[in-house]
Design a protein around this ligand. Structure first.
Ligand code: KIV
Ligand code: ZN
Length: 395
């Protein structure tokens, strides 16, 4: 399922922004120690770029980025900065101790943002793209430039800014879907057309950064990769502004499981995904929805009798990936009113019971009656019920 027969041109860079875009959303603030733990985990699991924070935002953010830059062993450590000189210089200072550091500078390019947010003319924005990237390049040769609200930017102007950013030395060009407005085909066409139109576009890695306002962040990210982008910006559990960002575990597993269609690969150790999800959930106190893809508690759980029966015959009947590949010990067959005889017998075997046929039939009837009354059936409930059955059949 996970065979990788791809060339290095098919390697997708995973840029994690849990500590920046993720932490930026209401209620997700993490302590310094929690940030250190998260950064260490991201580095260990093979994330390529850790966006560690927004150094100008506060002294706390600066300290965290600085410390992560100092401690990180493998990943590039990136700080975010607006286009102003003070922002860029502060960011450069924060990433200074990194083995590999990156300045990520951004500027809005859509008519709406330029008029109302920046209150600037397009010509001024264009000049600022050049001066900001040039300033960042004077600090480091690893500079990412983002056109904020890129998907609502007028196409010719977007291309003009991207061209200028590359000329000024940006090595990564990010076209964010800042408000989660794009649909996959449209985003595919945008990334493809910008890459085709801009001279020297091959001098930079194109990046996708998709928000989830319409629930399309992962689909859009994958469409962007199909169009030639090679970096995905994402967060653990998909946390981030408003409805969040593309979920790291989802993009990574989509690439991993559907390697037949998505002929790319990442260097993420997928067996760490569940742990990462738990760590982020604990640090932010954001619960993970039960049916969340990959890391939700029901992602590898089955209750219906038909599905449990299928799973006991061959796991591929109802699972497209093995739970161990994402760090879950095993599939769980949850006992409930939808469970069938086959799963019940399997559970008894697991619990070490061997019943005579008549005992088994009686125990199954009791189990169904209990499951109708009780929502959650635990192993102890089944043990009690079977022990009772055994005791009665000896009377
Ligand atoms: O959503 C966005 O546009 C951003 C940028 C700062 C990259 O987070
Ligand atoms: Zn964002």
């Amino acid at each position: 399922m996970t065979a990788q027969t791809t060339s290095s041109n098919d390697r997708v860079i995973i840029f994690d922004t849990t500590l920046r875009d993720g932490e930026q959303c209401p209620g997700a603030t993490m302590t310094f120690e929690e940030k250190m733990e998260v950064a260490n985990l991201l580095d260990t699991m093979g994330v390529d770029v850790i966006e560690a924070g927004f150094p100008i935002a506060s002294d706390g953010d600066f300290e965290a980025v600085y410390e992560i830059a100092k401690r990180t062993k493998n990943a590039v450590v990136c700080g975010l900065s607006r286009a102003g000189a003070k922002d860029i210089d502060r960011c450069a200072e924060a990433i200074k101790p990194a083995k590999q550091g990156r300045i990520h500078t951004f500027l809005s390019t859509s008519p709406l943002h330029m008029k109302y947010k920046l209150q600037m003319e397009a010509a001024q924005v264009y000049e600022l793209v050049i001066s900001s990237v040039t300033r960042a390049r004077n600090h480091t040769d690893n500079v990412e430039w983002s056109s904020e609200d890129g998907t609502r930017t007028e196409f010719d102007f977007l291309c003009k800014c991207v061209e200028a950013a590359i000329k000024a030395g940006a090595t990564t060009i990010n076209i964010p879907d800042t408000v989660g407005y794009a649909v996959p085909e449209e985003y595919y066409n945008l990334i493809k057309s910008v890459r085709e139109r801009v001279p020297n576009s091959d001098k930079a890695v194109f990046s996708v950064h998709c928000h989830n306002d319409l629930g399309l962040a992962v689909a859009n990210s994958l469409a962007g990769i199909n169009a030639g982008a090679r970096q995905i910006e994402c967060t653990i559990n998909g946390i981030g502004e408003r409805a969040g960002n593309a979920a790291l575990e989802e993009v990574v597993m989509a690439i991993n499981v559907r390697n037949d269609k998505l002929k790319y690969f990442t260097q993420i150790d997928t067996t760490m995904l569940t742990r990462a999800s738990k760590v982020i959930s604990a640090a932010t106190s954001f619960p993970v929805q039960y049916n969340k893809a990959i890391v939700g508690r029901n992602a590898f759980a089955h209750e219906s009798g038909i599905h449990q029966d299928g799973m006991l015959k061959n796991a591929q009947t109802y699972e497209i990936m093995r739970p161990e590949t994402v760090g879950v010990k095993q599939t769980s067959l949850v006992m409930g009113k939808h469970s069938g005889r086959h799963a019940f017998i399997h559970k008894l075997e697991e619990l070490g019971y061997k019943l005579a046929q008549n005992q088994l039939e009686d125990a199954f009837v009791r189990f169904k009656a209990l499951a109708d009354r009780k929502k959650d059936i635990y192993d102890e409930d089944i043990e009690a019920l079977v022990d009772q059955e055994i005791a009665q059949s000896h009377d």
